[in-house]
Design a protein around this ligand. Structure first.
Ligand SMILES: [Mn+2]
Length: 336
């Protein structure tokens, strides 16, 4: 943020305002954590604040302090619309293109004539925001939010609830502090958050020890279907709609499965292809280790994008055709 942006926000936040905070559709720990972290800070400054999520969030983050106060756009259209219409400022957190709020909310936001503040760490931000805080060197939006609050001299309003939300986003987006963008600063911020009262063992348990029996069975199926392409240092797996149905798939059950491919020695690209009959598409997640840019790969071949080492995509071909396309691209580009 430049000094003008800081001055604008400092002045703006001096008197009580109505403020909406929006995560991307299918919010993850970083999206909902950053939204609720900012929410807990702004509430103490006597603003009327609501987090408006495009759709429902998964259960593993539903325990976040005041997650029960989050409005859900696709469930409660009228209340969300009223709140957004009455807002003076709209924060969009952990995404940088309005369509990432989903078709319904995305097109609504495009017509909403309100000043936006974007705080995000993905590549290639769109230009919709009055203030754009975008930095791809950060491993999480939550870490960037912490810096943002410091810049506005609001860090003293990070209470235990805010700290817990911010901590959650840093932990989940850093793969529990192991991804490349985890820096000394990340750990210094986390140290402060723990000093502010974050119960880190409890948070880890709430985030990661929540599997159902069916979820583990589904993971087992995905691992059995794993294919390795040693010549291309790649591994991928897939789940058919039938697999999902068999283990009574719940939203979030496939989270993290893609990473197992990377745990094989010598593999630096992993993918999972998940059939979604209802939406008529194959949803894809890519993960890489090192220089292989899955953001670029997903953008070029699979209608997606994300980060260098973590990206998503989709395909409207059949599952078999999509997998074949993936294999063919690796062979033709001679990826190693
Ligand atoms: Mn993020």
């Amino acid at each position: 943020m430049n000094t003008n942006d800081v001055a604008f926000l400092t002045d703006f936040l001096k008197t009580p305002k109505q403020i909406a905070i929006i995560p991307h559709r299918n919010p993850d720990g970083d999206a909902l954590g950053s939204c609720l972290g900012l929410y807990h800070v702004l509430k103490q400054l006597n603003h009327t604040v609501k987090v408006v999520s495009p759709n429902e969030f998964p259960e593993f983050i539903s325990w976040l302090p005041e997650a029960d106060k989050v409005l859900v756009f696709e469930k409660n259209f009228d209340d969300c619309k009223t709140f957004l219409q009455g807002s003076h400022l709209v924060f969009t957190l952990d995404f940088n293109a309005l369509h990432r709020a989903g078709d319904q909310m995305g097109s609504y936001l495009e017509k909403l004539r309100k000043p936006f503040v974007m705080i995000d760490h993905h590549q290639m931000p769109d230009g919709y925001a009055k203030i754009t805080v975008s930095d791809t060197s950060f491993g999480s939006t939550c870490e960037l939010l912490y810096r943002f609050l410091e810049q506005l001299n609001l860090q003293q309003y990070i209470n235990t609830d805010a700290a817990t939300c911010i901590y959650t986003g840093i932990v989940t987006d850093s793969g529990s502090f192991k991804f490349t963008k985890t820096t000394g600063d990340t750990h210094r911020i986390v140290a402060r958050l723990i000093d502010l009262g974050v119960d880190n063992p409890k948070v880890h348990g709430l985030l990661f020890n929540t599997s159902s029996y069916n979820q583990l069975q589904l993971l087992g199926r995905a691992l059995q279907q794993l294919k390795v392409m040693p010549n291309h240092s790649a591994a991928y797996t897939f789940l058919t709609q039938q697999d999902l149905d068999e283990f009574q798939y719940q939203k979030g059950d496939t989270e993290g499965i893609v990473n197992y491919g990377l745990s094989i020695k010598g593999i630096n690209l992993a993918a999972i292809f998940i059939e979604n009959k209802e939406e008529g598409m194959i949803k894809i997640s890519f993960r890489s280790e090192g220089d292989f840019d899955v953001n670029e790969f997903a953008r070029s071949y699979f209608n997606g994008g994300g980060h260098i080492n973590a990206a998503g995509g989709k395909s409207f071909d059949s599952l078999n055709e999509t997998v074949l396309k993936f294999e063919t691209i690796l062979k033709e580009t001679n990826k190693q």
